[in-house]
Each structure stands twice: as structure tokens, then as C-alpha cells.
Design a protein around this ligand. Structure first.
Ligand code: NAD
Length: 510
């Protein structure tokens, strides 16, 4: 912890025991004990104490514990998925993706972490320091605070925690107050798999988040851009570094030479997966006028084939709550009022649960919120464009820059388009797949984030502080730089070193 003044937590909105309701049925999904923000400093202190031993185990020792946790997750995936469906109203198809993703991330990092975290030998660079041996060590930041959203309560809770734990940090996880239950099971699994107490939970909303920020040495935040700005502001009070994974308005560009069926399948899956509640979902599509009708027809066909309902036998689940449904409705109403047409969906269904049908909108433009604000719901607005240049301009006309996709029969051309888009990742003839390229960074530009997750070794090193150790190769010449040298000897050494240093600039300046 830094030596800066502690910040007193504010009074919590969530206290005592809370009841979590299944958004698909209104039935009780489970109960949670909210954390008192005043207890967070103690929880962090416990983690801080346990972290030393975790760090000292070394990457190999930690990888073993993490491997056991991966096996535990596999053994308990049905229990986790059942609870996930109750907690979020997801379809079984959507719920089934989260545990495997965590297992794959664990497998990747347990395999690569030793090399990624190994000390690095560096040349001393300056000739007069040739007698030195320089190593850079990656030392974990003791307590990493992770503040998570609700859309993937399993994957979002742990996909960043895995990197932090691998790096040797302890993790204080604050799940979303909308989905606290699955995190409790994950925490139980960490303990039951025999791992030490370097993973703790703080359950609650803003006040608990703030206490986590105030007691962490690094904050990994995933959530909306508006909240991300508040997190950065709070963390700045103690100069705590942050990594922010924020909202998006991801565009898809469909060129005239694209495989239209493939593009339509991808658009529908990319927009409707998890009922549209995915940061990297396809939020808007720009289609070349020559293939527009064909594309729209294929999209509507695919959307109509989705089976709406939570759990087993369904492909498209409920929205997390009424607030999320209200945003979707507002965007659709605004679009209709400004001249858009609804081709399918667009009507709140009768009956229980916060369901909203997958909705395709056409005749849309950038005067409409559905094309400019993050919907985070099941809408697929499609805009006709006259040229790819127009599509690029419109795709970049956004405060967000998370990711994008380009569909073209010519991959070389699609790459050229990709490098004109202002965002953190572009998928060609596919959507969302960059998220699983663990060796590459996943991060947003503009208001979509600061920093990135994953990215191979960088995904672990971001949770570390670097410590440089400079040791002597030999004691001959030691102290040659100190006061006891004569001025003459110093001047001789300076002349020699400067002459050597200027060789390169002399060559270059010719
Ligand atoms: P949110 O910003 O409302 O909440 C996220 C977390 O922040 C929650 O745990 C919440 O309790 C906490 N929080 C709320 N107010 C806070 C405050 N003032 N200070 C500190 N913490 C506070 O986001 P959400 O509705 O849970 O999630 C949806 C958003 O997350 C969308 O914008 C989505 O795009 C984004 N998201 C981004 C990624 C990514 O990787 N870029 C991934 C998933 C979701």
C-alpha cells in the first residue's frame, strides 16, 4: 500500500443480506451477504498478508495451484451454469460458454507464466557500465482490485483475476451487485481446490467498489465508460494505476464482395449473443448498397430462427433487468420516431421476465441513438452505404473504439480497411474472435478504455512493478565514478566515453 492518506468509505446503499431475483422468471435466485465498505480495509490486509507466500511460491508453484482450480471448474461446470442461468436469465447456449473460457485462459497462463515472469537480462547499454550485470524483475503488485460487470458473471469475474493471480498478486474481486452469486461459487472453488487465501470477495455496489479502489495497489475495471472515468478519478487520489475495459459501439462493415450468408450469420450472432449484452457485440452495420437487400433478408431470416427463453432449449435469453430493457426500448422508439423501420421484433412481450425480442432496424442514420450510443441490448441496426470509404468514415464517427469487423472476399483489402478503423481490434470475416486470441491485447481506444487485458506476457506483467537490479560482474573498476577520483582522471574518462558515444551520431549525421 502507498503511504498516502486513507480515504474513509461512504455509507453503503447495499447492506445486510440481499435477495437476487431471476430476471427470466422473477423467482428468487439466491441470497448474498453484502460487504460493509468499512470491512474492506481488513479484507485487503488479510490478502496482503497471504500474498507474500503466494509470490514466494514462484510461477511454477502458483501454476500448480491454478491447474487444480481449472480441474475443479471442469468438475463443477454444471452447478455453475445452473446458477448462472438463474442469476442472469441466460439461454443455456450462452451460459455454456463461460466456464470453458476460464479453463482455456487458465491453461494458457499456467503454460506460459513461468517464461513471461522470468527476470530479464538487459545489456547495460553505456560502455562504462559494461562491468555491470543488469536484470529486470517482475514483482507483483500485492493487492489487485477487480471490479466486474454483470454480463458475464463467471468470465468477467475471473478472466482478469487469472492473470493477476498468475503474476503473484492477491485479488480482491468486486462482482456486479446485479450478479453476486456465481462469484461466491468461484471463490468456494478456489478454496476447495486447495489454493491459498489470495482471492477474496467484496460484495456490493458503488460504495464497496470505492473501498476496493482505496485499498488496492492496482485496479482492473470492466464496465461502462461513465463509471470507468469515476474509477480513474478515485484511483488517482492515491496514484493507484488502473486498467479500464469499457463500453463500445462496435461497427461491422460489409463490402460488395463479401460472402453475404457468412456476414449475416456473423452479424446476427455478434449482435444477439447473450441477448446483445456483450461489450464487443455488433452494435451497428454498414452494408454496401449493391448487397444491402440480400444481406438484410439473410439477417431477418436468421433472427427469426432464434429461440427466445432462458435455460435449456433456448438460444436467446432475458435481459438482465428492467433498466437494460428500458435502454433498448428507448433506442428503438427514438429510431422509429426519426424514420427507421423495424423488420422484426421491436415489441416488449407480455408475460414475466425482462425479455425483449431480437430486433432488426433499417433506414437508420447517425441522428439516432441506436447508431451512436451503446445499446447493450438485442438491436441490429443496418445502414446502407454507397462506398466502403463512407462506411469507414461512419464507423469512426463514434466516441467509442473497442473493436470492429470487416467482411470482404478479399482479405488483403479487408486488412487495408481494418487499419483505417480507430479501434483496439478488427476481426476479418468474423466477429468477437479477437477476444480469445490471448497472445494479443484486447483493449479499447477513445472512451472504450485505457490499457488492455491478455496480450501474452503483457497480460501478466501489467500486474507487476518492475524492479531493476544492477550487480557487479567484477569488482575491478568498482567505484570509478566516485569523489575520490582526481579531476584529471575524470576528464580523461569523460573524453574517452564521449568519443565512443559520438561514433554512432557522427555516422548518422553524415
Ligand atoms: P457499470 O459501469 O454500471 O458497473 C460496473 C461495475 O462498477 C459494477 O461492479 C458496479 O458496482 C461498479 N460501480 C458502479 N458505480 C461505481 C462507481 N461510481 N465507482 C466504482 N465502481 C462503480 O457497468 P455494467 O452495467 O455492470 O456493465 C455493462 C458495461 O460494461 C457496458 O458498457 C459494457 O460495454 C461494459 N463491458 C466492457 C467490457 C470490456 O472488456 N471492454 C466487458 C464487459 C462489459
Amino acid at each position: 500500500m502507498s503511504g498516502m492518506t486513507a480515504i474513509t468509505p461512504t455509507k453503503p446503499e447495499f447492506s445486510g443480506t440481499g435477495t437476487i431475483v431471476n430476471p427470466a422468471t422473477g423467482a428468487v435466485a439466491g441470497e448474498v451477504q453484502w460487504t460493509d465498505p468499512a470491512d474492506v480495509p481488513n479484507i485487503a490486509a488479510g490478502l496482503r498478508a497471504a500474498q507474500r507466500e503466494w509470490e514466494l511460491r514462484g510461477a511454477k508453484g502458483r501454476a500448480k495451484a491454478m491447474a487444480r482450480f481449472a480441474l475443479w471448474l471442469n468438475d463443477h461446470h454444471e452447478e455453475i451454469e445452473d446458477l448462472l442461468i438463474k442469476e442472469t436469465g441466460k439461454s443455456a447456449v450462452d451460459a455454456a460458454r463461460e466456464v470453458p473460457m476460464l479453463i482455456m485462459i487458465l491453461a494458457y497462463y499456467t503454460k506460459t507464466m513461468e517464461k513471461a515472469l522470468a527476470p530479464e537480462r538487459r545489456p547495460a547499454a553505456l560502455p562504462f557500465l559494461a562491468i555491470k550485470k543488469v536484470t529486470v524483475h517482475y514483482r507483483p503488485r500485492p493487492v489487485v482490485g477487480i471490479i466486474a460487470p454483470w454480463n458475464y458473471p463467471v468470465a468477467n469475474a475471473l478472466m482478469d483475476a487469472i492473470g493477476a493471480l498468475a503474476a503473484g498478486c492477491a485479488v480482491l474481486l468486486k462482482p456486479s451487485e446485479r450478479t453476486p452469486l456465481t462469484a461466491e461459487v468461484l471463490r468456494r472453488g478456489w478454496r476447495e481446490s486447495g489454493a491459498p487465501d489470495v482471492l477474496a470477495l467484496a460484495q456490493g455496489a458503488r460504495e464497496v467498489s470505492e473501498a476496493v479502489i482505496d485499498n488496492a495497489d492496482f485496479v482492473q475495471f470492466t464496465g461502462s465508460s461513465a463509471t470507468g472515468a469515476k474509477v480513474a478519478e478515485r484511483a488517482a487520489r492515491r496514484l493507484t494505476p488502473v486498467s479500464l475495459e469499457l463500453g463500445g459501439k462496435d461497427p461491422m462493415i460489409v463490402c460488395e464482395d463479401a460472402d453475404i450468408d457468412l456476414a449475416a450469420h456473423a452479424a446476427v450472432w455478434g449482435a444477439m449473443f447473450n441477448a446483445g449484452q456483450t461489450c464487443v457485440s455488433v452494435e451497428r452495420v454498414y452494408v454496401h448498397e449493391s448487397v444491402y437487400d440480400q444481406f438484410v433478408e439473410a439477417v431477418v431470416r436468421d433472427v427469426k430462427a432464434l429461440q427466445v427463453g432462458a435455460g435449456e432449449g433456448f438460444t436467446f435469453g432475458a435481459l438482465i433487468d428492467e433498466a437494460q430493457r428500458a435502454v433498448t426500448e428507448r433506442h428503438i422508439a427514438d429510431a422509429k420516431a426519426k424514420g427507421a423501420r423495424v423488420l422484426t421484433g421491436g415489441q416488449r412481450p407480455d408475460g414475466p421476465g425482462s425479455f425483449y425480442p431480437p430486433t432488426v432496424l433499417v433506414d437508420v442514420d447517425h441522428s439516432m441513438a441506436c447508431m451512436t450510443e451503446e445499446t447493450f441490448g438485442p438491436t441490429l441496426p443496418i445502414m446502407k452505404v454507397r462506398s466502403v470509404q463512407e462506411a469507414i468514415r461512419l464507423a469512426n464517427d463514434s466516441p467509442y473504439g473497442l473493436s470492429a469487423s470487416v467482411f470482404s472476399g478479399d482479405v488483403g483489402r479487408a486488412k487495408e480497411i481494418a487499419l483505417q478503423l480507430d479501434c483496439g481490434a478488427v476481426n476479418i470475416n468474423d466477429v468477437i474472435s479477437n477476444l480469445m486470441c490471448l497472445s494479443a491485447p484486447m483493449g479499447g481506444w477513445k472512451t472504450s478504455g485505457i490499457g488492455a487485458r491478455f496480450g501474452g506476457a503483457d497480460g501478466l506483467r501489467k500486474y507487476c512493478r518492475v524492479e531493476t537490479v544492477v550487480a557487479p560482474r567484477t569488482n575491478i573498476g568498482a567505484g570509478g565514478n566516485y569523489y575520490h577520483n582526481s579531476l584529471k582522471a575524470l576528464a580523461r574518462m569523460n573524453r574517452l566515453m564521449t568519443r565512443m558515444a559520438l561514433r554512432g551520431p557522427r555516422r548518422l549525421a553524415k
